[in-house]
Write a protein that binds this ligand. Structure first.
Ligand SMILES: [Cu+2]
Length: 333
């Protein structure tokens, strides 16, 4: 099968992912936060610049993160830049309309073979809804060399594809935090003729994203083959079936032309990194915890209504913990 890489997706998705995809030297220890709650930002510096020691770390506090206060560090000079916010935010005793925008620690130096943490406290305002990702760009200067960990994925793009990703924090609803949460109530198996359809789910997308992946497990219990031809949700202009393959170290998505074959007696799982439903032309962002009804269209079984449970951005499974991209943040040699 020759993958057909669709031009409009090539721009936004997966084209630069390879085994050498970037591992950031600057990450945030806590990768989840909730609206209207405090956030303890711990910037971890895990490497210098090509062997050179780090002597300056600067973090940008994004709009909507308010009341930021840095923690001083012995051996480092602390400076902050303050400025007006884009709007006033409700704060403990009234509105707050300005505050710290950047925090810089200068000094050290922190040798390349040591790690250190740079801490601030802030409050996540209600400007962020569960499902969005907030980015805290970090500049790292060394005796020689500098890194700007400031890249933010474009809509639909995988953060792993970035060379110097900004540390990211997933915004989750307060009650869904913690290890025991489930993304949503489990849905039972849907029977449609000879097909058994299990656990339709999709990932939340960052605000402004135009594409979203959908996943489902389908077993063909009958004697005849069927084909999954397309899918639809009201949020998206179109839905198709994609494959994902590695081609010379480059991950490529391609439309499965003619539909995805479901052989008798076999189970096909659409999951991250493999076959998936590709919803394009999103009019709104799927949000964590939502249930989105849609249709799967089969050659024989026809149109089957299903409900997609929305898991956190970047989730690997329908009820997996959120977005804390498992490999990001570890510099691997
Ligand atoms: Cu796709």
């Amino acid at each position: 099968m020759k993958p057909i890489l669709r031009a409009e997706l090539a721009a936004a998705l997966v084209v630069i992912v390879s085994t050498s995809a970037a591992f950031s030297h600057a990450t945030l220890q806590h990768r989840e936060a909730s609206p209207n709650a405090s956030y303890r930002g711990v910037v971890q510096i895990t490497h210098g610049c090509n062997g050179e020691p780090t002597n300056r770390v600067s973090v940008t506090i994004p709009e909507g993160v308010i009341g930021a206060k840095p923690m001083p560090k012995p051996g480092w000079t602390l400076t902050t830049e303050k400025g007006p916010y884009a709007k006033a935010y409700p704060y403990y005793h009234g509105d707050i309309s300005e505050g710290v925008k950047t925090i810089t620690w200068s000094g050290g130096p922190l040798p390349d073979d040591q790690v250190d943490e740079f801490t601030f406290l802030a409050r996540i305002s209600d400007a962020f809804e569960p499902g969005v990702t907030v980015y805290f760009p970090v500049e790292q200067d060394c005796t020689r060399g500098t890194y700007h960990w400031s890249e933010i994925p474009s809509p639909g793009q995988d953060a792993h594809a970035l060379k110097s990703p900004a540390p990211a924090v997933a915004i989750v609803a307060a009650q869904t935090r913690g290890p025991s949460r489930a993304a949503s109530a489990p849905t039972g198996t849907i029977k449609a003729g000879d097909l058994a359809i299990d656990t339709p789910w999709m990932r939340a997308t960052p605000g402004g994203a135009t594409v979203a992946g959908g996943y489902v497990r389908i077993s063909n219990t009958g004697q005849q083959a069927d084909k999954l031809i397309s899918a639809s949700i009201p949020l998206a202009a179109s839905g198709s079936i994609h494959s994902m393959t590695m081609d010379g170290g480059v991950m490529k998505m391609a439309t499965v032309e003619g539909g995805l074959l479901l052989k008798p007696g076999e189970t096909v799982e659409l999951k991250p990194g493999g076959y998936h439903l590709m919803f394009e032309g999103l009019k709104a962002s799927p949000k964590v915890g939502e249930s989105i009804s849609g249709n799967l269209v089969f050659e024989r079984a026809g149109i089957v209504p299903v409900t997609f449970a929305v898991a956190p951005i970047g989730a690997r499974a329908p009820n997996a913990p959120a977005a804390a991209e498992p490999s990001a943040g570890q510099h691997q040699h």
